[in-house]
Design a protein around this ligand. Structure first.
Ligand code: F6P
Length: 542
């Protein structure tokens, strides 16, 4: 297989980058008055403006050629066909099957998985309807009013992101909380004002062995039994979401209260599996279906649209352009919607756990940068915090602005002000302010360098009519498939996460060294040994 950096399109992109690296967005827009109308694409309710990027039509042509040389089309087809493209775990990758309509056919090892997917969705819908109607009584007969999702990583970030994003559509009679951290403060704060008799825990874990989730689940059981005093209460107050029925049963949850999914769903790609149970209870089955339909619309767009007008493919290719040809190291996710406050955190796992890899599928070291660093905060808050560095710092940061035309909470002119700020930030980043312009405004010469904005700072803008379940689905699938596109070009596996293992193993070794009463023999490095001794001393365990 040709090495990525030897591919003709890669070579052409290197030469092309040298040719256009001096071009300023000011010039690119001046030379082409219709650029802002042309460098856009639209699908599944999302309008994607990528005109404010440092590129020309030739760049897009070369990036599309690179996608073709790397076999992106065949890889997309392989994913949708249920091939075992997660080679290091020998698994298919079929989160797209989770949102397929009832009649669709998607096979794994010759078996159509869509009927199984819908069977679980139907059970989830019946459960959600019962809880929402007050028909799921706790052990004492009181109806369930509080739902606590216990999970971490993909078993937390997707559900909490979706719950926060779609809170407007949720049943406000239900209190929905999320506990993820093994830090006991997370559990304590999430439950401190809840009545155990009215509280239902959803223990969400693909493996049902994750330290944090199992620790929190055991604490939840003790909290419940401390109040209700009878083991039989567990069946009325705990349900599980997992692929591991044996571990669920071992924990003491009746597997009739378990909602399953499959090994072909990766943790960070699982928010449309049964892991979305808390989302479905909060929103109701109909709204939840709208969310799945939004995902599906983007899945179909990604599967069928030509790359030059394919939103996730274009976005993924732009990420390659910056990461590999312009030396960009970070991407800021800037949603101009307070409901999307957890979206950057959700994307951090999706993007960085997927593409934070340094060997190819063949196990050889990559000779190029892979996944950039993702971070972000909702606007306008971020403007008063870190935007200074994006505007005038020494690093080039790509920004994704995300906004909606109508607000879910009309209040005076708040929304126009919010969106005016989003459009203004993208404009300021791209076009900046020259020293001449600063001087012409009356800025003294000595101050002009400080009040000059170089501009030429790239951004994408994603605009949709309204934040709805369907829009959120489309937006999330857009990023999922952008990540996939990047992984294909880099020839890495975006679906494994071996890099999280070592720390887990070492924590397992250190935990008993912290807890025991007698001073243990420590065999770590001198820094770790000293930290452990200091910790023990501070705890009075010397
Ligand atoms: O530690 C990383 C990870 O394996 C993630 O990939 C996953 O989303 C998370 O842990 C939680 O795993 P589980 O759902 O099995 O508890």
């Amino acid at each position: 297989m040709t090495m990525l950096t030897q591919r003709p399109a890669w070579r052409a992109l290197e030469a092309h980058y040298q040719a256009i690296r001096g071009a300023h967005l000011r010039q690119l827009f001046a030379d082409d008055p219709h650029r802002g109308e042309r460098l856009v694409a639209e699908a599944a309710g999302l309008y994607f403006d990528y005109a404010k990027n440092r590129l020309t039509d030739e760049t897009i042509g070369l990036l599309v050629a690179l996608a073709e040389e790397c076999g992106l089309r065949a890889k997309i087809d392989a994913m949708f066909r249920g091939e075992r493209i997660n080679t290091t775990e020998d698994r298919a990758v079929l989160h797209v099957a989770l949102r397929a309509p009832r009649g669709a056919v998607i096979e794994v090892d010759g078996v159509n998985v869509v009927p199984e997917v819908h069977a679980v969705l139907d059970r989830m819908a019946a459960f959600a309807a019962q809880v929402r109607a007050g028909g799921w009584a706790g052990f004492t007969g009181k109806p369930i009013r509080n739902l606590v999702n216990i999970g971490i990583g993909g078993s937390d970030l997707g559900p909490v992101m979706a719950y926060e994003a779609l809170k407007h559509y949720s049943d406000r009679h239900l209190t929905v909380r999320f506990v993820s951290n093994v830090d006991g403060s997370d559990f304590a704060e999430a439950t401190r004002d809840l009545d155990p008799a009215e509280t239902l825990f959803i223990v969400a874990s693909k493996t049902f062995t994750t330290l944090e989730t199992m620790t929190n689940a055991r604490t939840a059981r003790a909290w419940l039994l401390g109040a209700l005093g009878d083991e039989a209460a567990v069946a009325r107050h705990f349900v599980a979401v997992s692929t591991n029925a044996a571990e669920v049963a071992k924990f003491g949850i009746d597997t009739t209260n378990m909602f399953g999914f499959w090994d072909w769903v990766g943790g960070r790609y699982s928010m449309t599996s049964a892991i979305g149970l808390s989302t479905m209870v909060a929103l109701g089955p109909e709204r939840y279906r709208e969310l799945l339909d939004g995902f599906h619309a983007m899945d179909e767009h990604f599967r069928t649209a030509p790359f030059a007008s394919n939103l996730p493919a274009l976005h993924g290719l732009l990420t390659i352009w910056y990461a590999n040809f312009s030396g960009v190291e970070t991407v800021a996710i800037l949603p101009y919607d307070q409901y999307l406050k957890r979206f950057p955190a959700y994307l951090q796992q999706l993007t960085m756990e997927s593409n934070g890899k340094s060997v190819t599928l063949a196990g050889t070291p990559v000779a190029y940068q892979t996944g950039p660093i993702y971070w972000g905060e909702p606007g306008t808050n971020g403007q008063h915090s870190f935007y200074q560095l994006i505007h005038q710092g020494t690093r080039l940061i790509v920004c994704d602005f995300i906004g909606f035309a109508t607000t879910l909470n009309p209040l005076g002119n708040h929304h126009d002000l919010l969106m005016a700020n989003m459009f203004a930030q993208a404009e300021a980043l791209a076009f900046g302010k020259t020293a001449e312009e600063a001087l012409a405004e009356g800025t003294p010469a000595w101050l002009a360098p400080h009040r000059t904005f170089a501009g030429n700072r790239p951004s994408n803008t994603i605009l949709a009519a309204r934040l709805t379940p369907a829009t959120l689905g489309a937006l999330t699938a857009f990023y999922e498939h952008s990540v996939f596109t990047q992984g294909v070009i880099w020839n890495i596996n975006p679906f494994d996460q071996w890099g999280v293992e070592l720390g887990k193993v070492l924590a397992g070794r250190i935990a008993p060294e912290l807890a025991g009463e007698a001073t243990p023999a420590l065999a770590h490095d001198s820094s770790t040994n000293t930290l452990i001794r200091r910790y023990r001393a501070l705890c009075g365990r010397t």
